[in-house]
Design a protein around this ligand. Sequence first.
Ligand SMILES: *Cc1c(COP(=O)(O)O)cnc(C)c1O
Length: 429
Amino acid sequence: MIASDLNSFYSEMGIDPKLAELGYKIEEDLKDRFRAIDKTAEYNQLKILKAMQDNRVSDVHFAATTGYGYNDIGRDTLERVYADVFHAEDALVRPQLISGTHALTVALFGNLKPGDELLSPVGKPYDTLEGVIGIKKTRGSLAEYGITYKQVDLLPDGSIDYDGIRKAIGPKTRMVTIQRSKGYADRPTLSVEQIGELISFMKDIKPDLVCMVDNCYGEFVETIEPTDFGADLCVGSLIKNPGGGLAPIGGYITGKTEYVDNAACRLTAPGLGKEVGATLGLNQSLYQGLFLAPQVVSGALKGAIFAARLYENFGFSVRPGSFDDRYDIIQAVTLGSKEAVIAFCEGIQAAAPVDSFVAPVPWAMPGYNCDVIMAAGAFVQGSSIELSADAPIKPPYTVFFQGGLTWHHAKYGILKSLQRLYEKGLVSL
Ligand SMILES: *Cc1c(COP(=O)(O)O)cnc(C)c1O
């Protein structure tokens, strides 16, 4: 299609020609960064392809099992593929892991016993883990089982407080949870290399620590994963990066055999472990999603950088900046007003392939101390590898957005968000 046709299509899809033009210019500015992202995807594509070939993946692995799921060779082979991709000893990859929070919960409960202490050396973990750990009094939390928790916050400049960590590690410290992505917090995302340094520092102090990394939103952003740098366990959600948009449900736990087995005995039952768990016909989506994941993640990353650049252009503060190093797919844009946050989310929603006709509105979500607005028009409910945005309605009015199954959809969504700000008189083109 020639450029003028593309322009008129953007126009038909509600994008002002001046904005479409700015979009092309920004793509040009980001050419080198996009090339680097493509190289990472190329490497990760080969890594996954090799793991599939080495494990002789075949169409018999896509057959459905039911009931107990004994001898589900598709499931077992997929777990070998994950283990190889992460250069780990073993993996648990299951549709019965119903979310990232659940996968992390299973890894924690499987590897901690009463009297043990869990340490977070990088500050407060993801919101949903507060209940799991019992930071917030919650039924069934680790705290209720006599498992204590310590936290060492990052230093004001975002760096790791090594002195504080040295002091926090005691005789009871058994397990460490390290969150790679900033999630929706105001802190930098950690690189795999930084995580590796942190793990080796802690293991020098106490060699038998079980170091777990919450890898959500980080998979395939780099060519290395935390398991390449000393993590004993690496955990994530299949409706984020590694599911490639095709996995309809699931989570993974990969790492040392002993710790993966401990988690499996918690997920199913002691004595059953990894031997059971039917896959009900989902295997093909999990394989195919993993196969597509490097490409999908590259599109999401391009979208994040494009958004950073576009919004920088209009004077908004963005994190990370468009030329900063990037270790996850999340982009924060501080819009400064409630109206702008709502307009942004309306634009993302209007750009969706599913539910584009609904308007997102702020509401009082349980667990938040203010109204929250969410934009998502996803094929898989709640999938945040698909283009999605959410924001708490409170100062400084920052919206967090992520995903995009394809780069071109991410680009359109971001243009549409800015278009909506323009239509509401909040920016001028
Ligand atoms: C998404 C996320 C989780 C939890 O995953 P859910 O699937 O939403 O339960 C945990 N940690 C981080 C950093 C995340 O981004």
